[in-house]
Design a protein around this ligand. Structure first.
Ligand code: HEM
Ligand code: MG
Length: 332
């Protein structure tokens, strides 16, 4: 049965998080890391198990403790990742590729293959990771990081900020349109791409001088070395994806995909728009979850019900009430 969710933090202001209890350590053989610099860094500082295999409740606790991510927002994002890429029965998720560490696989078609799995949560046009089409969708990519630096110099005076986020997000999309015949940019990737573009600003800037300007060496530390800077203090208040609409508004693009090879980007009007969270949820349940788990039984079915319930509860808190709850496995 899925572990209960962590209680709210007693203190939710800024504090030293690169501390003596959470030293950075290099990877040991077998340790898993993946496409998310936020979770990679938490594992390398011991906020998550250093091997990179964690339960949703560990992840929800760690992103609050380490970065001050809003608890409902954290719950929503974590269960999107866990339900699509984790083991529901053992309650374990790999933050990178497939691993024996998450326990025996279900008999369902669900691959249970970790956060690096392409086109469930992980998707194209990432800032510092290549598209799956080019072979590696999860490792730090130095060529892409150099573009990150160039854009920050050109549009941000040497820092990554909201202006840079808008330009670089657009640039990465244009690059994928022009070079990746399989480029896909529909929900949930469309929605997460804009959100992740502001995570750097909301979570990697020190909480004591929270000015929306991310230093490039600090950025490299998180992205490449999975390491918090010396004396790093987390955000001053609980926060989620604030600012993501501004990234899209800077240079709007509709959700869509290349349909006939490169340079054939075609909008998909059935894909949820940026703030249509109810539709993102419906899409996720009806497409991803039901494809992976068409007819679950026993402990698997029970865990799926609990986890889908947590996803929906979190959505209602992030988005405000109003989305209709879906019960693909019977009423609870
Ligand atoms: C990217 C999962 C929390 C920062 C990603 C990706 C996944 C993921 C699967 C890959 C998407 C892609 O680029 O294709 C999660 C989950 C979280 C979480 C399940 C649970 C709460 C965080 C936190 C931070 C963060 C707390 C910041 C402190 C980022 C950034 C990217 C990213 C900046 C984009 C990387 C890039 O474009 O190169 N995350 N993440 N994430 N995540 Fe997380
Ligand atoms: Mg990606």
């Amino acid at each position: 049965e899925p572990a209960s969710l962590p209680p709210p933090m007693k203190f939710n202001g800024t504090k030293l998080v690169n501390n003596a209890q959470h030293p950075w350590k290099p990877l040991k053989p077998g340790d898993i890391r993946g496409p998310c610099p936020g979770l990679n860094t938490l594992a390398s500082h011991g906020y998550l198990p250093r091997n990179g295999i964690a339960s949703p409740s560990q992840i929800i606790g760690a992103v609050q403790e380490g970065y001050n991510m809003d608890p409902s927002f954290a719950t929503f994002v974590t269960y999107l990742g866990h339900i699509s890429n984790g083991n529901q029965v053992t309650d374990l998720l790999s933050i990178g590729g497939k691993s024996h560490g998450t326990g025996p696989d279900p008999s369902s078609p669900a691959p249970v293959s970790g956060l690096s799995t392409h086109s469930t949560f992980e998707g194209d046009a990432s800032l510092t990771r290549g598209d799956a089409f080019f072979g590696d969708n999860h490792s730090f990519n130095g060529t892409l990081f150099n573009e990150f630096i160039d854009f920050s110099n050109k549009f941000g005076g040497g820092k990554y900020n909201l202006t840079v986020a808008g330009e670089l997000r657009y640039h990465r999309i244009q690059q994928s349109i022009a070079t990746n015949p399989n480029f896909s940019f529909v929900a949930p990737r469309y929605n997460t791409a804009y959100t992740e573009s502001v995570f750097l600003i909301n979570f990697f800037v020190d909480g004591r001088h929270y000015d929306g300007q991310l230093d490039l060496e600090v950025a490299r530390g998180f992205f490449q070395d999975m390491r918090m800077p010396h004396d790093f203090h987390r955000a001053p208040k609980p926060i989620g994806g604030d600012g993501f609409e501004l990234v899209e508004a800077a240079r709007p693009i509709q959700p869509g995909r290349n349909v006939r090879g490169v340079n054939s980007y075609t909008p998909d009007p059935t894909s949820p728009k940026l703030t249509e969270f109810c539709k993102v949820y419906e899409n996720f349940v009806n497409k991803t979850v039901l494809t992976f788990y068409p007819k679950p039984t026993g402990a698997l079915r029970k865990a799926l019900k609990i986890n889908l319930g947590r996803l929906y509860d979190a959505l209602n808190k992030v988005n405000g009430p109003g989305c209709t709850q879906l019960f693909p496995y019977g009423n609870y």
